[in-house]
Design a protein around this ligand. Structure first.
Ligand SMILES: NC(=O)c1ccc[n+]([C@@H]2O[C@H](COP(=O)([O-])OP(=O)(O)OC[C@H]3O[C@@H](n4cnc5c(N)ncnc54)[C@H](OP(=O)(O)O)[C@@H]3O)[C@@H](O)[C@H]2O)c1
Length: 144
């Protein structure tokens, strides 16, 4: 569902958007898909696949008025992060994140971040993998 769910939904809505010559498809990605995360190799792989899917789709749609984006929420206090071991102080409030992303719903930027901190954090993490390793090592138990 994490990857093929996106593919199926895009298949379902894209023909209608092309017919109307308008539309934006937002796909929720994750920093894990860009920089990896210990213990989440399966999840990170699906998010990396979504990144590549959207980049390719944007090229295919470059002459059309339908946009395709990836949205990057920050690390947030939701069910899926509950067992990762991060202290609550590091986790964003999901309602706030949702509001911020909803505020960007009309954006056709290729990559949409909930806030500038996420944008900066991901840009730095991609260039300095050492920081990702040190950051996750502090909180996440090594995989068995
Ligand atoms: N939380 C973070 O720190 C974080 C960071 C970056 C990106 N993201 C991304 O943000 C999105 C939301 O994450 P989240 O943390 O809010 O997750 P979450 O709290 O675990 O919620 C996941 C949601 O997906 C639904 N779901 C799960 N499996 C499903 C299935 N097979 N069919 C239909 N619905 C299903 C769940 O429905 P039920 O309520 O019915 O179980 C739930 O509403 C995800 O794409 C995640 O990768 C999250």
């Amino acid at each position: 569902m994490n990857y093929f769910g996106y593919v199926r939904l895009i298949h379902a809505v894209l023909p209608h958007m092309r017919e109307r010559d308008a539309g934006i498809i937002h796909n929720v990605s994750s920093g894990a898909g860009l920089v990896g995360h210990p213990g989440l190799s399966g999840y990170a792989s699906t998010k990396g696949a979504i990144e590549a899917l959207v980049r390719s789709l944007r090229l295919e749609l470059r002459h059309e008025s339908v946009a395709c984006t990836v949205m990057h929420p920050p690390l947030s206090n939701t069910r899926s992060t509950a067992e990762l071991g991060y202290p609550e102080s590091l986790l964003s409030d999901p309602a706030d994140v949702g509001r911020k992303l909803a505020g960007k719903i009309e954006s056709k930027e290729p990559v949409i971040h909930a806030n500038w901190k996420t944008k900066l954090g991901l840009a730095v993490s991609k260039r300095v993998p050492y920081l990702v390793r040190k950051g996750t090592e502090r909180f996440v138990e090594p995989a068995e």
